[in-house]
Ligand binder design. Structure first.
Ligand SMILES: [Zn+2]
Length: 548
């Protein structure tokens, strides 16, 4: 009997071992498709504040069946869209990838440049200049680039967004294509000659389908507005108003309003902008046959309307709440489509944001929270007077933008002044201004290593070749912006704390409150795919997320 039992076990082991090794091999294979989702201006608390109103198949599916990093932050300033998208996909910060803002003053050409602008390429799909774009200013690779290199270009990369920079920077240098939305009178997705000479048939078909025009319809709340108890009153003084409408209140007749709000551009500032992106992302998976073989493809999807809506109506608005309840359904639609098309657990998703946003400072002030608006013109007058008095000329300052002062190196040299001494003199002056909380010299940024705090975040955002000579930090919740709507850009938690969800093949189920940072995402994806890390990656793979 004992002998029989023993041989039965041996037999079982023999039978089971090939099976387990097959399943192990299957488990180790890479996902057929990686979908990176960036939700523009999504604060972490949108996951929790609206949780009870979400369905089971969107955010909740990612949160509960995937891995939820609850304490995920940007680790640099400025927290803007261009740097955000670049940092998510390159796994590093502006110090290395070079996207120091959306627009910045270029010290060499002495002109303001746009992060995705490229005069050497042309538009595809429009006669307008909106397509003269490429990722050429981004200096390091994205994990999608590394996947292209690893797979001998057999794995595809496609980027999709309303905003050009939201599609272009994530997709990287080697992308097959990036597509973004041109509104105005056109209402279609376009691209640039950086990627192609003409739009593929599936894109032209999408543009001709009338799908975009079908969203020029009334926007009302998804559910009874009386049940939206997680946001402020619909009528208040903290929200921007569309042209031709008296108040920022539901419902919005988009067809009528489009005529005096930039044609199809109005859709960007409504929940339907996200629907258009979902429709187009699905068309991209079909049209490019993404995820149909064992070689991993990457689809970078960026939802930009959330940012336009936050800027217009503010963090606490009914419009923001409705947008997220509807985005939840868009995610459900996308995930269900991927289940059918590629197979459940055959793809991997991550979802994050490019930055958060501050509550409307006027609203915070009404609740006695320290907040306010920076008076730029007053500061400029005072600063110009100071420079003239100190140096006999105000020409030493070449440009002031992105909370930075750019000095004229030639003039400083001609006057026989010491650059770092001038920087320090300016810091000593600016720190006396009411709205400025902190100020640093570029000299400090390159000569000192700051291990933590706002100094560390500024250093991570500081690019020696591209950044300015003096960097200032405004008081918490002080913004240089209109008195309605929200904005972002700082190193404070309201701008840095954003969702980070992983889901699908190769991802563990769970959550953590351990601090993670945006540059950890790309190395995590590289580790999950077992490929090289992006060239400038400074983040670390999140070991607790990846199934071994
Ligand atoms: Zn924004």
């Amino acid at each position: 009997m004992k002998k029989l039992l023993f041989s039965t076990i041996i037999l079982l082991c023999f039978l089971l071992s090939p099976i387990s090794s097959i399943s192990q091999t299957a488990d180790k294979s890479n996902p057929k498709l990686v979908i990176g989702i960036v939700v523009d201006q999504m604060r972490y608390d949108y996951l929790t504040r609206f949780y009870n109103k979400y369905g089971e198949g969107g955010f909740k599916r990612l949160m509960n069946e995937g891995f939820n990093c609850k304490n995920n932050h940007f680790n640099y300033v400025p927290t803007y869209t261009g740097p955000g998208h670049a940092s998510v996909y390159t796994g590093t910060t502006p110090k290395y990838h070079g996207i120091i803002s959306n627009n910045w003053y270029d010290k060499e050409s002495k002109e303001t440049v746009y992060c995705a602008g490229d005069e050497s390429v042309n538009s595809v799909g429009t006669l307008k200049a909106d397509g003269k774009m490429s990722p050429h200013r981004m200096q390091t690779t994205t994990f999608a680039d590394e996947n292209r290199l690893y797979t001998q270009k057999q794995g595809k990369t496609i980027g999709v967004s309303i905003k050009d920079r939201g599609a272009i920077l994530p997709a990287g240098h080697t992308a097959n294509a990036a597509y973004w939305f041109r509104g105005k009178s056109e209402g279609k997705f376009i691209s640039s000659t950086y990627y192609m000479t003409e739009l593929p048939k599936w894109v032209s078909d999408f543009n001709a389908s009338g799908k975009v025009a079908s969203y020029l319809k009334p926007w009302n709340t998804l559910y009874d507005i009386a049940t939206y108890t997680e946001s402020g009153k619909d009528l208040n003084t903290f929200e921007g108003v569309f042209n031709g409408k008296e108040t920022a209140t539901f419902p919005y007749d988009l067809k009528k309003l489009s005529k005096i709000n930039g044609g199809y551009d109005i859709l960007k500032s409504t929940a339907y902008g996200n629907s258009i992106v979902t429709d187009f992302a699905i068309a991209a998976v079909e049209g490019e046959q993404l995820g149909t073989d064992a070689i991993t493809d990457v689809l970078a999807v960026s939802y930009s309307s959330t940012d336009y809506i936050g800027h217009k109506f503010g963090v606490n608005s009914k419009e923001v709440q409705d947008t997220y309840l509807r985005l939840d359904l868009e995610l459900e639609k996308l995930l269900n489509f991927l289940d059918d098309k590629i197979g459940e657990m055959e793809y991997t998703v991550f979802l994050t944001a490019d930055h958060g946003a501050v509550d409307v400072p006027a609203y915070l002030k009404s609740l006695n929270v320290p907040a306010g608006y920076v008076d730029n013109s007053d500061m400029k007058t005072k600063f110009t007077e100071f420079m003239t008095k100190t140096y006999g000329t105000s020409d030493l300052v070449e440009n002031v933008s992105n909370n930075q002062v750019f000095l004229n190196r030639e003039k400083i040299k001609a006057l026989g002044l010491d650059l770092s001494a001038v920087q320090q003199t300016i810091v000593n002056e600016l720190i006396t201004y009411n709205d400025i909380d902190k100020a640093y010299t570029a000299h400090a940024m390159i000569s000192t290593s700051f291990p933590d705090g706002i100094e560390h975040m500024i250093q991570n955002g500081f690019n020696q070749k591209r950044s300015g000579d003096v960097i200032v930090v405004y008081n918490p919740a002080y913004i240089s912006y209109s008195h309605t709507g929200s904005t972002h850009g700082s190193g404070f938690n309201y701008d840095t704390h954003v969702p980070l969800l992983f889901y699908g093949k190769g991802v563990k189920q769970g959550s953590t409150v351990t601090r993670t940072v945006i540059p950890d995402i790309a190395p995590t994806m590289s580790a999950l795919l077992n490929i090289s890390f992006p060239s400038g990656a400074t983040g670390s793979p999140l070991e607790f997320v990846i199934k071994k």
